[in-house]
Design a protein around this ligand. Structure first.
Ligand code: SAM
Length: 244
């Protein structure tokens, strides 16, 4: 398990929780996109979070940034096949589904014991889809593991919010990304990450796996001021494709 983060610093804050269950530490956060006064375009997504659980049960700030980018680029997403890796609470993928993409939400499937974390993450993803009346596919996908079902995935756009946080997992992540990009020529991996010391490793692994960055944005360059003020850290968005 990667090192635990300082939640107070790193967690994203949506609209304040609308309810909480003391026993389960379960909260609901609301995330709005577009002009809420314009019924034809704006919408909100409700997310179930759990304060006691690990990484996959929070809406991390990178997820808020990537979801906003999907919303701003919605015409590009409509009608496309999208896979979100390490989806956790799945906000970017849910926004993609809302604007008309065919979405598969994935998270780690390695540990599936009853009552264990990972099963819970996948179940939470299904609950969040139901809550928002969105019919996304949900499947276990562990980076660097080649289960039969990964060969059936043909994404045009891959999403990954805050999946570059544990350097020991970078190589597995990039191997999966490279495989999925190869399976669909012209596809792209769009990821948001905290700009930390792993930057050189990211560059090294992109070369190793035949990938290149075609777009690099600072989150603050496109986030609406209302959302940007709630973000800590230095978050970047990268669009990555196969070389050649
Ligand atoms: C920091 S959380 C980010 C969750 C969500 N994308 C967000 O930004 O709110 C990292 C996510 O990656 C998943 N993950 C970690 N290692 C993984 C692996 N080896 N294979 C697949 N998913 C993994 C975790 O379960 C978790 O959901």
């Amino acid at each position: 398990m990667p090192p635990k983060r300082e939640y107070d610093d790193a967690r994203a804050v949506g609209t304040p929780a609308v309810s909480a269950d003391d026993d389960q530490m379960t909260t609901f956060s609301l995330h709005s996109f577009g002009d809420s006064d314009d019924d034809n375009h704006g919408f909100s997504i409700q997310i179930i979070e759990n304060m006691r659980e690990e990484y996959g049960m929070f809406v991390w700030p990178c997820s808020v940034v990537l979801a906003e980018y999907v919303w701003q680029q919605r015409s590009r997403f409509s009608g496309t096949s999208v896979i979100e890796l390490g989806a956790g609470t799945s906000l970017p993928g849910l926004v993609a589904a809302k604007v008309g993409a065919d979405v598969t939400l994935t998270d780690e499937s390695k540990r599936v014991e009853v009552g264990g974390l990972i099963l819970f993450v996948l179940e939470n993803i299904r609950s969040v889809c139901d809550l928002n009346k969105l019919s996304c596919k949900v499947m276990g996908l562990t980076w660097g593991i080649w289960d039969a079902q990964i060969f059936d995935l043909h994404p045009q756009i891959l999403l990954g919010a805050d999946v570059l946080y544990d350097t020991s997992a970078f190589d597995d992540l990039f191997s999966t990304v490279a495989f999925l990009l190869q399976s669909n020529p012209g596809s792209v991996f769009i990821t948001t990450y905290h700009n930390r010391s792993g930057h050189h490793l990211i560059e090294f692994l992109m070369v190793k796996w035949g990938l290149k960055c075609i777009k690099l944005l600072d989150a603050f360059s496109f986030m609406p001021s209302g959302k940007a003020s709630g973000l800590g850290g230095n978050i970047q968005l990268a669009e990555i494709v196969l070389v050649g």
